[in-house]
Ligand binder design. Structure first.
Ligand SMILES: [Mg+2]
Length: 408
């Protein structure tokens, strides 16, 4: 594109929001943007410890208490030159309403490069009902990602090049799934397991999860990273005891022991952590001020989800915040939406791959079947060259059924 052409960037003529899947819709159990919505028997829904584990009827399955109710939100933006951008996240019909009845006014009519202006207007116009996070921020994230995709496609550049370019030639991945032993064989640098027991089960819960850790340490050897993801299921005393019991097995980090707003518990746990073991969290945090509080509580790795924290525009701010505190930012795995950001961050030495294969025994693209062309790690690596396609470099699978419940 010539400079003259670049100065006459197209405007955004339309934004549309679609819903796909979720337990509330006809089609579900496919994954996609709502990747917790998987068929029965999937590891991602197998007795994972949660804040609901204390209720017997909700202990076995996260879907039983509604983890998959939202479904996939697809946002499509179209420019005056006919170029289309899109993104997906987890917000379903609720997100469709917010886009079509509210956020559309900040998008249509703007130039394709006015992403930061649109982002600021979306954030500030929704404070009165967003609470600075939740499904509103999932929706804002999805619009933001669609705008970056559109801008990249208009310029003919991958998003990471618009963000300032790669600071490394390749991204190295650890795997999240309950089979770190199999992840090692697939070339990953480490494996993160879910905890299956929560504070509700006391010392017996700790012993059972430590037995799983011990077994996995024996299988993977001394040097492979092992981590625990606790999905907001603990209290300070339980997390402290679990961390101490995990020290002999060289646990690399303890993730998300508490709900996102419980900053004081993170502060207390940090003081109790064994030396060298990291405390991490952030995937359910949705605004910059809350990330600042987590930084100040001593969280070693911030883990924002780019599809839930405000999109790439917010993620860049959060990465800078972490950097100013000498902390890492390793986003919650979000496929291409993470890759294009993290390859530009100096404080992201590795990244997360969520294993969405039912038994975590092979690599399935994270947002399968909704996206086409998602690059996946091979020997635990994705190279910068593999991201060299306009926008986020993926297309929407037109075979996935979409509904547009609202229009404007
Ligand atoms: Mg996690």
């Amino acid at each position: 594109m010539s400079l003259k052409a670049a100065m006459k960037l197209p405007t955004i003529t339309a934004i549309r929001a679609y819903n796909m899947g979720g337990a509330a819709a006809k089609v579900h159990g496919q994954g996609g943007g709502d990747y917790h919505d998987q068929p029965k028997g999937h590891w991602i829904d197998n007795h994972i410890a949660t804040p609901m584990s204390k209720y017997k009827e909700y202990e076995q399955s996260r879907q039983s208490f509604g983890l998959n109710v939202l479904g996939t939100l697809v946002v499509v933006v179209e420019a005056s030159d006919g170029t289309k951008g899109f993104a997906i996240s987890t917000a379903g019909q609720v997100g469709c309403f917010i886009v079509e009845k509210h956020l559309n006014r900040f998008v249509e009519g703007k130039r394709v490069d006015q992403i930061k202006l649109i982002h600021d207007q979306m954030i500030n116009s929704t404070w009165f009902y967003s609470g600075g996070g939740g499904v509103v921020m999932n929706t804002i994230s999805c619009v933001d990602l669609a705008l970056w995709d559109l801008y990249g496609k208009v310029l003919g550049l991958p998003v990471y090049k618009i963000l300032g370019g790669a600071v490394r030639d390749e991204i190295h991945f650890y795997a999240t799934g309950d089979r770190p032993d199999l992840a090692k064989g697939l070339g990953f640098i480490g494996g993160k397991m879910t905890t299956h027991w929560s504070s509700a089960f006391g010392d017996e819960g700790i012993q059972k999860d430590i037995a799983r850790l011990k077994d996995m340490r024996e299988k993977v050897g001394d040097d492979f990273w092992l981590m625990f993801d606790c999905w907001m299921s603990q209290d300070v005393n339980y997390a402290t005891k679990l961390a101490k019991a995990a020290e002999p097995y060289n646990l690399k980090w303890l993730e998300e022991s508490f709900p996102p707003a419980d900053v004081e518990s993170y502060r207390k746990l940090k003081a109790n952590m064994p030396k060298g073991m990291m405390m991490t969290t952030g995937e359910h945090t949705g605004n910059l001020s809350s990330f600042k509080e987590l930084c100040e509580a001593g969280v070693d790795i911030l883990q924002p989800d780019v599809g839930w924290c405000g999109g790439i525009t917010s993620l860049c701010e959060i990465a800078a915040l972490a950097k100013s505190h000498g902390q890492l930012v390793v986003p919650h795995g979000s496929s291409v939406y993470s890759h294009h950001a993290v390859i530009t961050f100096t404080n992201t030495p590795f990244s997360e791959m969520l294993m969405v294969a039912p038994k975590a025994d092979h690599i399935r693209p994270q947002f399968d079947p909704v996206l086409i062309g998602e690059p996946v790690p091979h020997d635990g690596i994705i190279t910068a060259e593999e991201l060299d396609k306009p926008g986020f470099g993926v297309e929407l699978n037109t075979e996935c059924p979409l509904e547009r419940p609202y229009t404007h």
